[in-house]
Write a protein that binds this ligand. Structure first.
Ligand code: ADP
Ligand code: MG
Length: 257
């Protein structure tokens, strides 16, 4: 079943000088799939993510989620749809620094008026799964970046979203923490079947995906599907990145050593 269907999607940012960030993108994401989006800085990855996340509207074309066009919903229903069906993870964690890990994780459910007992049960179960139980009562400023990102993932999935969208979740992390975060995402995808979309610069992170699509200058450039081992897939990803060219500094890779 197709979870997300992007049809002839284009986005032009209006301004003093209009800028076409995406041209005619077509992309399908199956339910349960883990898809990576790569491409040089400024190629339109975040723009595409924001359209799929229903945060920003396309200039033309469509985004269908389970066959429905979320942009046809009223503002109120769209907000509810986003809160109930989607989960977000960002490079900058977006956690509340002075709250504890547990308080951060349950925040989205607090907004929905879920009873306290249930909040605790869910947070504990999730922390167990993500290996952050020992951190639950620590405040965000007391934990590492990798731990904070795993807390952010817990918060992003506590309402069991159908689609998890992560924009450069390992962008601020060292290679060891990046791997811990990617292991967590991989496990969620495989065990819970959560459909996931990952924007990343990092070939190591992308190698956890089932499929990676490459964007260049706002257009789909290439797509590769994982067939062999993760290491082989990472090599294929790096090959495509090197063929695509661009600024080599845009292509940060984490070595496996
Ligand atoms: P990426 O995530 O691949 O680095 P973005 O999607 O953020 O790229 O940006 C794609 C292009 O669109 C860039 O040239 C960027 O400067 C431009 N852009 C992004 N957001 C806006 C905006 N709100 N207004 C105008 N231009 C934008
Ligand atoms: Mg971006």
């Amino acid at each position: 079943m197709t979870m997300v269907e992007v049809r002839n999607l284009s986005k032009t940012y209006e301004g003093k000088v209009a800028y076409q960030a995406l041209s005619n993108i077509n992309l399908g994401i199956e339910q349960g799939e883990f898809v990576g989006i790569m491409g040089p800085s400024g190629s339109g990855k975040t723009t595409l993510m924001n359209m799929i996340a229903t945060i920003d509207a396309p200039s033309s074309g469509q985004v269908l989620i389970h066959g429905n066009n979320p942009f046809q919903l009223s503002m109120e229903k769209l907000a509810l749809f986003r809160r109930r069906e989607l989960g977000f993870v960002f490079q900058s964690f977006n956690l509340l620094n002075t709250l504890t890990v547990k308080e951060n994780i349950v925040l989205p459910l607090t907004l929905d008026g879920v009873e306290v007992e249930k909040l605790h049960r869910k947070a504990n179960a999730l922390a167990e799964r993500l290996g952050i139980t020992a951190l639950l009562n620590k405040r965000i400023y007391e934990i590492s970046g990798g731990q904070a990102q795993r807390a952010a993932i817990a918060r992003a999935i506590i309402h069991q979203p159908k689609l998890l969208l992560a924009d450069e979740p390992t962008g601020n992390l060292d290679s060891k923490s990046s791997r811990a975060v990617m292991d967590t995402m991989y496990q969620l995808n495989k065990e819970e079947g959560t459909t996931m979309l990952l924007v990343t610069h990092d070939a190591m992170a992308a190698s956890y995906c089932d499929r990676v699509v490459f964007i260049k200058d706002g257009q789909l450039h290439h797509e590769i599907i994982r067939r062999g081992s993760q290491t082989m897939f990472m090599r294929s990803i790096m090959d495509v990145l090197s063929v695509m060219g661009g600024n080599p500094n845009d292509v940060l890779t984490t070595s496996y050593s």
